[in-house]
Structures are given as structure tokens and as C-alpha cells.
Design a protein around this ligand. Structure first.
Ligand code: XMP
Length: 523
């Protein structure tokens, strides 16, 4: 069985210098690690209760994340205070800052009128952590508690109008804490602060390079997978495409890719995927046209999470059916990336949407092990690996497309007719954005078929057609997003073409909600 065989992690990251992001349940933990990796230093996230003090000593530095708790709560996450004295530099962020103060016997207070949320002016002192910064700048705050007296040995190195200690330092032990969030882009000099911590405080050199990762991986898999029969589920998305090309370079036709077309793809997408991988890369690829199977399972289903569940499960069934025809498989490849494997230190975070491309592991295919070649990479790193592998720019920089596809963009029940209508409207919108040369202005943009019908007039006749919503967001992490200010002319052309060219649409609206409070997808 796959799980008893375990997952093979054949990457060689052991010799890299590493920063540990110690997770106390904050919402921006992945961002912290990404920001560090952007400096070419490998960072990994571990839950606070899964790392021993001995293990901490192997890192060049530690970052304590934020978290929703208050340090005096009995149930709040804590760590052995001895960590402050083992000689490894630490940067505490928000809750991590307060926790460090608490561990070192400083004073944390809670006063309603001292809480800060959002963009806040911070005044910086001269300090290694703030080298290269002006004396005041905007930072992102999100806290109720604050440090009212820094611990002995620490000095205050920043403050705000409300918060007497917005940052503190014990330079002799290389311990730093900031009440604000340097990892979010709203903190204007956040990148510089993290860079200072990583290079000036932790003295990292910056040895994390994607080029080396790709080359090493190909060499390694060439040897490791030699003579094995390897199967991969190709979705046409960036992750599975990069995994496929990487392994194809390593083992050629010993790799078989199965592309399940669930009928919920965008216009002409199935053909594009087939064209690219079969024709252009010459891969051994099987395309399964399974639209009818998926649509019959989705008949009458309106609830978004149920749609996701059905699609995930059916995907596995279809994949299994194909795999069985191939006989014994030695290795199953998954395009899992780092955010999918990170364990949360909080353990009970609310599930807003169950984001995963496939719903789990096939349990009736016989295979010996799973290989996840992108397990260590964040999305932006996967894209850079894709470029390194020579995958066309258009594919590597594709906007994200959810695994359940258009199923979560047809609000309510899905039918073939609604899907056709949405496909046409979506293609027009994307074409107009492309015609205006604005594909880089927005990170994800698409049409939604709302369940709402409204009255319109065409010629002299009354119509009663669907409302199409257009959505475009600007974001660099998809955890938060702004609605993109697309020019009116582009919106107007899209609207006029959609109502003229797509029968059954009588109204087009533009979604001007950011995330939060809305999510990117409507379902
Ligand atoms: P939300 O809607 O949660 O979306 O703000 C954030 C990003 O995730 C994508 N998304 C999904 N991706 N399976 C996926 O593979 C899903 O079920 C799913 N739901 C949302 C969404 O397109 C956006 O990029």
C-alpha cells in the first residue's frame, strides 16, 4: 500500500544553510518562508511542538511566527525558553515577539485602546535590523496585546504613536522582535528588514538556487527511477506540468502521463494540453475524455464543497481505471508543492475551502511508492523551475485555475449548457484582457456564471437572461487580494461582446470586492 511505503523525498537540501520558521499558528507563515527564500536562503516551516531544541541548533536562524493567541492564555503555544540561550539568532514576529518577551520575563499588556490593525506609522531607532531604512515608515499591524516593558537585556528599537515597543533587540544574544508583520507587502521596508535579519544577523550566504535544484533533481531521478514504470496525473496546471517535464527529461518514455479531461476546463484547454505535451514535448500521454462521467455525478449538486468532493473522488476513480489498464506501476508521481505539505502549528484552523487538486491517493492501483519532485518548492519557485526546464512561458506563467475547474464558477447546479455559456464568456474576457496587453496587470481573471437572471432588452424584445460576473484580482500570494482596476474600456468591450456574442446573457457585472472579505472564487 502506498502509505506504508511512504513518500520518497530524494531532494538534496541537507547541505543547504537553513532558516527555521517556527509556526505558532499565524496566518502569514508561508509568506515568511517565501520572503526568506526570495533572498536565496532555504527556509522551512515547522510546527512549534514538532521541533526539539537540539534540532533548532542545526539552523542558521529562527523566526517565531505570529499567532492568534495571547501569551498569558493557558492554551497558548509556548516553547522552551532555553531556545533564547543556544546561540541561534531569533526574530519574533507579532505573537512571536510577545512570546519572546514573555519567555525573557518582559511585560505584555492588553488594553483595548492600544490595539492596532492595518497600516501604521512606525518610528525606527538605529539598529542592525533596520539598516538602510528611513527613520519612519508604514508597517502592517494586527495586534491587541503589546509589550509594555521589554525584558531585561532588551532595548526598544521602534515605537508607534500607540505602541511603546513596536520592536526590541538583545543584540548580544542576537534576539529580535517586531510587533508588526515584515512579511506582508503593506510593510514598506519589510523585505529589507528580513534581508537584514537573514544576512546581517544570521550571516547567511544565500546558497538556495533553483537552477541547481533542477539539475540535481534530473540527475537524481535518472538514477533513482531507472528501469521503473512511472505514472503521473497531468492536469495542465503549472505544478503537474513542471513535474512531468522534469521527470521526462530524466527518464523519457518510462514516464506515462494521464490527463483526465473532466469537462470543466476552459475553452480549448484540453486540446492545448494535449498539443503541448504530446506533440511539443513528445511525451507518452493518455487523454481521457470523462465529461459525461463527471457531469452525471454532479447532476443536481449545488453546494460548493460537495462539488469539490465529488470531483476529487471521481478524478481518482477515472485515474484508477486508466492506471489499471497499464498493469503494474512502480512509481506514482504527484505534483505536490510545499504549501500542501506544511503542517500547521495551530492544528484547528477554519476550513474556508478545501483546496486540493485531487482528493487523495488512489487506493486500488498497485504501485510501490510515490515520488513528489516539487515537494520542497513554493509556487513561484515551481515557475522558475519550469522556465529552467524550457517549458513555454505561456504555460509557466498561466494564471491559476482551480482543480474543480468551472464547477466552482457556475454558481449552483452545473449543466452542459451553462458550462458552454460560461466558457464562451470567459474566453471573450480573457481575449479582451490579452488584446489590451494587460495580462500582467492582473494575477487571475475569469468569468463567473452567477445563478442570477435579470431582465434585459434586445431590439424591441424583453429578455430574461443570465448575469455574468467578471472577476480580476491583483495579489502575490492569493491569501489576500485586491480587485484589479482594469480600464473601463476593456470592461466595456468585454461586456458588449459577451452580451452580443453569448446567447442567454443579458447582463455583465464587475466584481469589486477584495479578499478578505470575499474569496477569489465565488464558490
Ligand atoms: P479563494 O477562492 O480561496 O482562491 O480565494 C484562492 C486561489 O485558490 C484557487 N482555488 C482552488 N484551487 N482547488 C484548487 O486547486 C480548489 O478547490 C480551489 N478553490 C480556489 C483560486 O482559483 C485562487 O487562485
Amino acid at each position: 500500500m502506498p502509505n506504508s511505503q511512504g513518500i520518497t523525498n530524494t531532494q538534496n537540501i541537507d547541505n543547504l544553510e537553513k532558516i527555521l520558521v517556527l509556526d505558532f499558528g499565524g496566518q502569514y507563515n508561508q509568506l515568511i518562508a517565501r520572503r526568506v527564500r526570495e533572498q536565496h536562503v532555504y527556509a522551512e516551516i515547522k510546527p512549534y511542538d514538532k521541533v526539539t531544541l537540539e534540532q533548532v541548533k542545526e539552523y542558521k536562524g529562527v523566526i517565531f511566527t505570529g499567532g492568534p493567541n495571547s501569551v498569558y492564555d493557558e492554551s497558548s503555544p509556548h516553547y522552551d525558553p532555553a531556545i533564547l540561550n543556544i546561540g541561534v539568532p531569533i526574530l519574533g514576529i507579532c505573537y512571536g515577539d510577545q512570546l519572546m518577551a514573555y519567555m525573557a520575563q518582559g511585560e505584555i499588556s492588553s488594553a483595548e485602546d492600544s490595539s492596532e490593525y492595518g497600516k501604521t506609522n512606525v518610528y525606527f531607532e538605529n539598529d542592525l535590523l533596520f539598516e538602510g531604512l528611513p527613520s519612519e515608515s508604514v508597517c502592517w499591524m494586527s495586534h491587541n496585546d503589546f509589550i509594555s516593558a521589554p525584558p531585561k537585556g532588551f532595548k526598544t528599537i521602534a515605537h508607534t504613536d500607540k505602541c511603546p515597543c513596536a520592536a526590541m533587540a538583545d543584540e548580544s544574544r542576537r534576539l529580535y522582535g517586531v510587533q508588526f508583520h515584515p512579511e506582508v507587502t503593506h510593510t514598506v521596508y519589510g523585505k529589507q528588514i528580513l534581508e537584514n535579519f537573514v544576512f546581517k544577523v544570521c550571516k547567511c550566504k544565500g546558497d538556495w538556487k533553483i537552477e541547481n535544484f533542477v539539475e540535481n533533481s534530473i540527475e537524481k531521478y535518472k538514477e533513482y527511477l531507472a528501469g521503473k514504470k512511472v505514472l503521473l496525473a497531468l492536469s495542465g496546471g503549472v505544478d503537474s506540468s513542471v513535474a512531468a517535464v522534469m521527470l521526462h527529461k530524466a527518464i523519457g518514455n518510462d514516464l506515462t502521463c494521464v490527463f483526465v479531461d473532466h469537462g470543466l476546463l476552459r475553452k480549448n484547454e484540453g486540446d492545448f494540453v494535449e498539443q503541448t505535451f504530446r506533440r511539443q514535448f513528445g511525451m507518452n500521454m493518455i487523454r481521457v475524455n470523462a465529461e459525461d462521467r463527471f457531469l452525471s455525478k454532479l447532476k443536481g449538486v449545488t453546494e460548493p464543497e460537495q462539488k469539490r468532493k465529488i470531483i476529487g473522488e471521481e478524478f481518482i476513480r477515472v485515474f484508477e481505471d486508466e492506471a489499471k489498464k497499464l498493469g503494474k506501476i512502480n512509481v506514482l508521481v504527484q505534483g505536490t508543492i510545499y504549501p500542501d505539505v506544511i503542517e500547521s502549528g495551530k492544528g484547528d484552523s477554519a476550513v474556508i475551502k478545501s483546496h486540493h487538486n485531487v482528493g487523495g491517493l488512489p487506493d486500488v492501483i498497485s504501485f510501490d511508492e510515490i515520488v513528489e519532485p516539487l515537494r520542497e518548492l513554493f509556487k513561484d519557485e515551481v515557475r522558475r523551475a519550469g522556465e529552467q526546464l524550457g517549458i513555454p512561458h505561456e504555460l509557466v506563467w498561466r494564471q491559476p485555475f482551480p482543480g474543480p475547474g468551472l464547477a466552482v464558477r457556475v454558481i449552483g447546479e452545473i449543466t452542459k449548457e451553462k458550462l458552454e455559456l460560461l466558457r464562451d464568456a470567459d474566453a471573450i474576457f480573457r481575449e479582451e484582457v490579452a488584446n489590451a496587453g494587460l495580462e500582467k496587470m492582473t494575477n487571475q481573471y475569469f468569468a463567473v456564471l452567477t445563478g442570477l437572471r435579470s431582465v434585459g432588452v434586445m431590439g424591441d424584445a424583453r429578455t430574461y437572461g443570465y448575469t455574468i460576473a467578471l472577476r480580476a484580482v491583483t495579489t502575490d500570494d492569493f491569501m489576500t487580494a485586491e480587485w484589479t482596476r482594469l480600464p473601463y474600456e476593456v470592461l466595456e468591450r468585454a461586456s458588449s461582446r459577451i452580451t452580443n456574442e453569448v446567447a442567454g446573457v443579458s447582463r455583465v457585472v464587475y466584481d469589486i470586492t477584495s479578499k478578505p472579505p470575499a474569496t477569489v472564487e465565488w464558490e
